[in-house]
Design a protein around this ligand. Sequence first.
Ligand code: HMG
Ligand code: MG
Length: 300
Amino acid sequence: QFPASVRIVEVGPRDGLQNEVAVPLEAKIALVEALADAGLTTIETGAFVSPKWVPQMADSAQVFSGISRKAGVTYAALTPNLQGYQAARAAGADEVAIFGAASEAFSQKNINCSIDESLARFAPVLAAAKADGVRVRGYVSCVVGCPYQGAVAPADVARVAKALLDMGCYEISLGDTIGVGTPATVSAMLDAVLAVVPLEKTAIHFHDTYGQALTNIYVALSRGIAVIDSAVAGLGGCPYAAGASGNVATEDVVYLLNGLGIAHGVELQSLARAGWAITAALGKRPSSKVGLALQAKCQQ
Ligand code: HMG
Ligand code: MG
């Protein structure tokens, strides 16, 4: 049944801002600090990827060096290869994430190699991280659908998830990168993955393109999954998934968990305020329904 508590992995500063051009460094730093102050304990703070591919993340080292760190918070980074891993460690990332895909076409577009080649490139990252005592998270993208090849078979997701687990990832985050899943397709995907990945090592990472993310999260919660990725204000999208909107909003997830009586440690009002602050810096409004509902309170 439902877990008693959930760990929220806040991906706004990375997944959210990787699609936004020219975000001032100070706004990024303020966002990470506000999220930690709101009670988030895992914050994906940046990505050490090629600046030619994703220029939006080119200042990640400065974000890491600019933040005042809070005790008990894990500041994580996305790293596609050993070069990224070394840069992330030099910048002070506590934890890293490698990212594979369940779709061949997406793997090629996103990281310029096949799925199997990507797994080979991740091996040295895992070896180095093991030697350094650093935890590695593994993402699987396109777990329901792919922007280039359409529907993705649950068995393909399970294969990549299992491979990342066997390589040493402590947790596998299942990404509905383009937000096309519904409870039916998400359930079928979870059936396949949970047959090969332990429940306690499984996380979900849903984008909200078609407005199904919270419903799909409810499905995952009802199966006992206790790690949820989300982005404050519903920021985001993926530069290699045209039309995909942001991650499910952290405010919306927190409101859902509050309603279900599931512990999470995040203070909703402070979180919503962080969402209004970063969207103001971007010249937009939060896409979180809960954030919008709390607007008046956020301005007090
Ligand atoms: P490539 O061009 O095949 O790499 O890109 P390469 O090894 O041939 O190197 C080419 C150049 O990139 C070289 O520089 C390298 O030094 C440099 P040059 O000699 O031309 O000046 N380079 C790097 N620079 C900085 N950091 C690095 C790095 N690696 C190589 N780590 C590569 C392959 C993987 C690097 C590239 O495709 C890349 O950076 N891709 C990242 C794409 C990305 O960040 N996508 C968004 C994140 S994934 C996502 O959002 C999904 C997720 O949220 C889950 C979900 O929603 O499902 C995680
Ligand atoms: Mg994502």
